[in-house]
Design a protein around this ligand. Sequence first.
Ligand code: DX5
Ligand code: ZN
Length: 215
Amino acid sequence: MVKIAPSVLAADFVNLQRDIIGVAQAGADYLHIDVMDGVFVPNISIGIPVVKAIRQVTDMPLDVHLMIIKPIRFVAQFAQAGADLISFHLEADEPQQIQAAIDKVKSLGKKVGLSLKPNTPANALLPYLHDLDLILIMTVEPGFGGQAFMANQLEKIRSVAALIETAGTSCELSVDGGIDPTTAPLVRAAGANVLVAGSAIFGEPDRGAAIAALR
Ligand code: DX5
Ligand code: ZN
């Protein structure tokens, strides 16, 4: 079954605990936490202390999405803060440093994901494929919630699904950006098995119904 990862970027930050417990009770599989540095993306969101605080109030697997340059500088601190899976961007550093960051996350006993911005082709993943627990395909330009889904990413999702199939790994294929009940069937048909959604879950009063609509 497809997994649902609510993105806390769209939660009510004043009532974060309430919103997190709500999506856990509504059957969410992962909690997606967007970290932005104002450099890799033109926005700043939340950081290490907030991940640590969230860790205190939920047992849900924490799927931390780093939209920061040179992620190797911070992966250990996010692991220490309680992340279960740490994803960062392939575009965020030189290839050697990306590989080093992957190795570091794994050495800390955490799962590792690599994310692709919309203009980055699927085959850029090839050098890293066998090391990854998750691939996160952005279906919007990263930086903001509530943007329109980019249908031109469907072909890339299909290509990445084929790469994973060929590699024969258990890597998950996640999509992030503009996922709602209309676009969810499209990305699932293309091969995605984890759906990140902010607005389509936290923007709805009934979180259980919102998650069910995505499944
Ligand atoms: C965007 C973030 C997303 C964002 C998705 O840079 O990575 O996780 O919260 O928000 P929606 O689902 O509203 O497009
Ligand atoms: Zn995200």
